[in-house]
Structures are given as C-alpha cells and as structure tokens.
Write a protein that binds this ligand. Structure first.
Ligand code: SAM
Length: 265
C-alpha cells in the first residue's frame, strides 16, 4: 500500500513493530465485549491489533487521506467505524455509543488537551496512550518529586496513571526527536473533584504552580487577592501547612483547598 507523505504538523510518526503494537493493545486488557475509541489511527497499524481483540473500534482521524484509506480498508466491516474529525471536537462517549475504552498513539503537540478531553463525561473505563516519555513521567509523578507539577495534580485528581513501558524513537517512521512511553490512565470511581469543580480546580493548580518557589501562605494571597488573615483561615480549614510549597501538596490537598476557599465566599 502506498501512503501519503507523513504530515509533520499533525504529529505523524507511525509505528510498525507488531510486537510493540500488540503490547500496547494488551495493556488495555480488551475483551470481545469492548468498544475501543482509537485516537489518531493513522495508517491503521494499532487499529489492526484493536480490531482483533475488541467487539468494535471507533477510529477518529483528522487527516482526510488517511481517514479515506482506513474507510476503504474496513469498508463493509461492521466492527470498524472511521470518524474523520479533530478528536477534540468529538465527544468520545457519544461516538462510542455506550461503555468504552480509549487507545491512541497520539500527536505529541496536543497530548495534554487530548488526555483531559478523554476525561470528559461519560468517561472511558480506562485508556492507553503512547506519548512523549517526558509527558508520561510528569503525568505519573508523585508529590515532592522532580517531575511533579500542575499536569500531575490535575490528572491524578481524576484518574490513576501508570507509565507501563518505554518505546525508543527508532520504532517509529519517521522517528520523532524524543523518546516515548506507554501510559495507562484509569479514571477514579471517586474523583477528587466534581464536574463543576474541575475548571476552578485546574485554574487553581496551574496558578499555584506558577508560584512554585513560594510558600502556600503567599501563594493563596497572590492567587485569590486575599489578606494574610483570610489566607491563613482558608489554609487552616483545608489542613494545608502555610509554609509548604505547592510542589509538596497532593491532589487531595488541592481539592480541600478549593473547597475551603469556596466555603469562605
Ligand atoms: N496510530 C498510528 C500509529 O501508531 O502508527 C498513528 C500515530 S501518529 C503519532 C498520530 C495520528 O494522529 C496521525 O495519524 C495524525 O494524523 C492524527 N491526528 C493528529 N491530530 C489529530 C486530531 N486533532 N484529531 C484526530 N487525529 C489527529
């Protein structure tokens, strides 16, 4: 089969090694009852592995030429639906039409928006992504560790995350400049923030890490324009040490902080 030239601006780096592709699909623990939404199927190499394990695959591809090739390949195959669109404009649960899993070797320039988009409601039971290794390390980082930051706290408030294995750049055509890693995300049955709290929570966490070197007593004042007494009261109610820096706060600490602030309004 001849393919169009890879489009760099769409993050097109294709995987061909069937062993790695099979391992990615295995990490998702797919059964014959499952619907899998695939993000960025490209030339369909991972799609093949998903189709052989799942009941249905809904593949969302933005590239018109690649979407056409996939439609042709799976014409008449009821197990595969190809949606030609920007994944960020598709509600994944609606596209799946019921419970679903997510898989994707995703374009690296929009990994973070994709991770959070795929956590919108209704959420998948679990998701597996091939992402830039450095992003995977930030997603799974524990509080007080080197890579812990806003991405870690925001994602871990909604889901658990594991870096399952690393993939060398040479496994892709064309090879990207960075190493990759397989990331498994499992939405929490008891998310630390509700749907309504998500946006203010994210803004607060991003804002707090903007003051990474400051202590929380200063961070809270700067973030919310408060006086010292009010800031101290909110931190006490949230059970957060005023002298701690944002990088040691757990996602649960941040969630309590948001609620303590809301309660003071
Ligand atoms: N899954 C294939 C593989 O493993 O070889 C391709 C992976 S490639 C890293 C990323 C794919 O995502 C490309 O096919 C690209 O066209 C597609 N893509 C890029 N931006 C997208 C978007 N916003 N929505 C849907 N697909 C997108």
């Amino acid at each position: 089969m001849s393919y169009p030239k890879p489009r760099k601006w769409l993050g097109q780096h294709f995987l061909t090694d069937p062993r790695i592709l099979g391992r990615i699909a295995d990490v998702l623990a797919i059964t014959k009852a499952d619907t899998v939404v695939e993000i960025g199927p490209g030339r369909g190499a991972l799609t093949e592995q998903l189709v052989s394990r799942a009941r249905r695959v809904v593949a969302i591809e933005i590239d018109r030429d690649l979407a056409k090739l996939l439609r042709e390949k799976y014409a008449g195959d009821e197990r595969v639906t190809v949606i030609e669109n920007d994944v960020l404009d598709v509600n994944l649960g609606e596209a799946a039409g019921g419970p679903y899993l997510v898989a994707g070797n995703v374009p690296y320039n929009i990994t973070t928006p994709i991770l959070f988009h795929a956590l919108e409601f209704p959420r998948a039971a679990r998701a597996v992504y091939l992402v830039q290794r450095e992003v995977a390390e930030r997603v799974v980082a524990a509080p007080a560790s080197e890579n812990y930051g806003a991405l870690s706290a925001n994602l871990q408030a909604l889901a658990s995350a594991e870096l399952v294995f690393k993939v060398a750049a040479g496994a892709f055509t064309p090879p990207p400049k960075v190493e990759s890693a397989v990331l498994r995300i499992t939405p929490r049955a008891d998310p630390l923030v509700s749907a309504d709290e998500e946006a203010p929570f994210r803004a607060m966490v991003v804002g707090a890490f903007g003051f990474r070197r400051k202590q929380m007593q200063r961070v809270v004042r700067e973030l919310w324009g408060l006086g010292a007494d009010e800031a101290a009261e909110i931190l006490a109610r949230a059970d957060v040490e005023p002298t701690d820096r944002p990088e040691v706060l757990t996602p649960a600490d941040f969630a309590r902080l948001l609620r303590a602030r809301t309660a003071s309004d």
